[in-house]
Design a protein around this ligand. Structure first.
Ligand code: TYM
Length: 324
């Protein structure tokens, strides 16, 4: 199957991104034809610091590689290296009713947090649709905050196909049930987020061991003292169980069975051990990567992606009446 996904290079890649998205990507490499993109064109929909964007873009590429995305199996590239994304994004924006964009939850959330909002932020989902549709993608592995964007992508593809003839494959989202929405360690009602000003709400993939342990130790828990799963009654413990299950690659039931006799603090110690065991080797691989090797992976990836993208874009242009 053709698989496509991406992550915004906005710093602070956290365990929610890792468990909700990147770990799924690694698993999907076998037997599929996957493209994993660093979506810098999306990252500028809110004002950026140029130096920081460059740093975060390369750091995100290193994160993919250190997490196990293998350039021999998957195509890894930077979105701005393939101009077809912006071109198809523009074309799709001319087919998207304004009201549909204004209704997007992520747009409304981001808008409510800022004084100035630019047109690019509203158009964010049409660019994301272009990312996916350019590659005739069948499967899009994401966390559940992206489902609404993928729904819009599907309806844009259907609309285009109906109006201009069959052009795009209709993609499907793929979420991992237990890790589709990892919550904040401090406010289990909110999603763990890169942009939360309180760093203690998330475990960043590059946090040192003592910081990881301290953050887990200070994570809020629910009333009572039993390790039982129930996202409504026990949202905080259930979130920690989801993280544990995701890191171990085990079902929730396994974690709760193994942890039945434990106190909250013993459970948190075990969880911290598991997270440290997953992230410290990741960090070693991350630190061993050389910028020039990363750049050469990205260059080869962009070349391959551009070839794939150009055939869809050519077809689209012909169908809508552009002179080729
Ligand atoms: P971004 O950069 O916000 O997040 C990258 C991936 O991480 C997932 N994620 C989470 N999963 C579980 N729990 C969380 N707390 C959590 N926070 C984030 C996201 O769902 C996502 O899968 N618009 C996208 C990037 C994008 C994209 C695409 C994705 C651009 N084009 C095409 C797929 C296909 C975004 O902002 O992700």
């Amino acid at each position: 199957m053709r698989v496509f996904s991406g992550l915004q290079p906005s710093g602070n890649v956290h365990i929610g991104n890792y468990l909700g998205a990147i770990k799924q990507w690694v698993g999907l490499q076998r037997g599929n034809d996957a493209l994993y993109c660093i979506v810098d064109v999306h990252a500028i929909t809110i004002p950026q610091d140029p130096k920081e964007l460059r740093r975060a873009t390369l750091e995100t590429a290193k994160t993919y590689l250190a997490a196990g995305v293998d350039p021999q199996k998957s195509t890894i590239f930077i979105q701005s290296h393939v101009p077809a994304h912006a071109e198809l994004g523009w074309i799709l924006s001319t087919l998207t009713p304004l009201g549909e964009l204004e209704r997007m939850t992520q747009f409304k959330e981001k808008r409510s947090k800022r004084d100035a909002v630019y047109a690019g932020l509203l158009n964010y989902p049409t660019l994301m649709a272009a990312d996916i549709l350019l590659y005739q993608t069948e499967l899009v592995p994401v966390g559940d905050d992206q489902l609404q964007h993928i729904e819009l992508t599907r309806s844009l593809a259907e609309r285009f196909n109906n109006r201009f003839g069959k052009t795009f494959i209709i993609p499907q989202a793929r979420v991992n049930k237990t890790t589709a929405r990892i919550m904040s360690l401090a406010h289990p009602g909110d999603k763990m987020s890169k942009s939360d000003p309180n760093d203690k709400t998330r475990i960043n993939l590059l946090d040192p061991e003592d910081v990881i342990r301290a953050k887990i130790k200070s994570a809020v828990t629910d009333s009572g003292n039993e390790i039982v799963y129930g996202p409504t009654a026990k949202p905080a413990i259930s979130n920690l169980i989801n993280i544990f299950a995701g890191v171990m690659g085990k079902p929730v039931e396994w974690i709760t069975r193994e942890s039945k006799e434990l106190t909250y603090s013993e459970f948190k110690n075990n969880l911290a051990d598991a997270v440290v065991q997953e992230l410290i080797p990741f960090q070693q691989r991350f630190n061993d990567l050389k910028e020039k090797d990363v750049l050469s992976v990205l260059q080869a990836g962009a070349q391959k992606a551009a070839e794939l993208a150009s055939s869809t874009l050519k077809d689209v242009k012909k169908k809508i009446g552009f002179v080729l």
